[in-house]
Design a protein around this ligand. Structure first.
Ligand SMILES: [Ca+2]
Length: 338
């Protein structure tokens, strides 16, 4: 074991039971030690090199051992350790010894409404907190899959498949450009809703447009749903569904149990939902359906959950239990000006 380096660290400790360095086992020439800044306060800076090594009671005897190149015992002049600011001050010797400025303000735990506790409760058990769900910033999402590589998973969205099922960018079909997203379903998956892709969002109010182009494969007709969801304030439910659309293997477009339209196979169709969100939002959403080359048709899509107010996720899921295919292109999710 060679090539280990311990360099340019600031080591601050208090009380004479601590060691500046402590190894469990000493191997000659296994470790290069250089340019550390060590500060034991009033106590001696002793070093314990562990099994096969020795105990050095003070810094002079450690340096005389000859393996530490250029480390110093000196007050590192930290900015405000009493109040948690452990950064070296500008006049600290740490900088001359190679300590690097890192963006500590952006590293570590932070207060957030999703946290189980703040400050973090270290005694609450092995799993202290549920993971914070990543929320996409509120900005338009436009996925045309043109700069994604064909044959690969899409760069954006949370895609999950299983078994022979896949979600991949493809050049087999495209509504515009050369690429689209292919959702290939397969039998015997561990969940009926796989494969699926979702986009995490956070639109609590205003109007938001969801537009996407859909191509249903006539050889392998899919079953699918598109579900705008709310996860916060969902009561006893895991989530609330807004204007959820389903497509059957015969091409029927449905909203809950109501048939809205018959969709053609093997051609691109554009669907556009404009959702009104926030307090007093309506319990249905207008849908504009445009077949390639046809006139737009406006339909009303009742919300599955009347309490749906806050758009937090758009889910596209394939529901077939056999080989089936559909494609998506030009997925746009954007807030609209009032
Ligand atoms: Ca495209």
């Amino acid at each position: 074991m060679t090539g280990n380096v311990f360099a340019s660290n600031v080591l601050v400790f208090d009380g004479d039971s601590a060691s500046a360095y402590r190894c469990t086992k000493w191997l000659d020439n296994a470790l290069a030690i250089t340019s550390n800044l060590v500060w034991p306060g009033e106590a001696p800076a002793h070093v314990d090199t562990g099994y096969g090594g020795q105990l050095f009671e003070d810094w002079e005897s450690w340096l005389a051992f000859g393996v530490d190149d250029g480390s110093l015992v000196r007050d590192p002049i930290l900015i405000d350790p009493q109040n948690g600011n452990w950064l070296p001050a500008p006049e600290s010797s740490a900088w001359e010894l190679g300590f690097e400025r890192i963006p500590v303000d952006y590293i570590g735990c932070y207060a957030a409404p999703e946290r189980a506790s703040w400050p973090v409760d270290m005694d609450a058990g092995m799993v202290r907190e549920q993971p914070v769900l990543y929320t996409q910033p509120v900005r338009p999402l436009r996925e045309d899959f043109e700069i994604d590589a064909a044959g690969r998973a899409p760069r954006h969205g949370d895609a999950m498949a299983d078994g022979q099922a896949k979600i991949i960018v493809t050049d087999e079909q495209a509504s515009s450009g050369d690429h689209s997203l292919k959702l290939l379903d397969a039998p015997d998956l561990r969940a009926a809703w796989l494969p699926r892709i979702f986009y995490p969002l956070d639109h609590p109010e205003g109007r938001v447009r969801l537009s996407f182009d859909l191509f249903l494969d006539g050889q392998h007709p899919p079953r699918l749903y598109v579900d705008p969801r709310q996860y916060s304030d969902a009561g006893d439910a895991e989530y609330l569904s807004g204007p959820m659309l389903t497509v059957t293997e015969t091409g029927e477009l449905r909203a809950r149990e109501a048939k809205l339209a018959d969709l053609p196979f093997d051609t691109w169709i554009t669907l556009e939902l404009t959702m009104a969100l926030g307090d007093g939002a309506p319990a249905e959403t207008p849908l504009i359906l445009t077949m390639r080359g046809g006139d737009p048709v406006t339909l009303a899509v009742p919300h599955v959950s009347p309490g749906f107010r806050h758009l937090e996720r758009i889910v596209f899921a394939s529901l077939s239990d056999e080989e089936s295919v559909f494609y998506l292109d030009n997925i746009i999710i954007e807030p609209l000006a009032e």
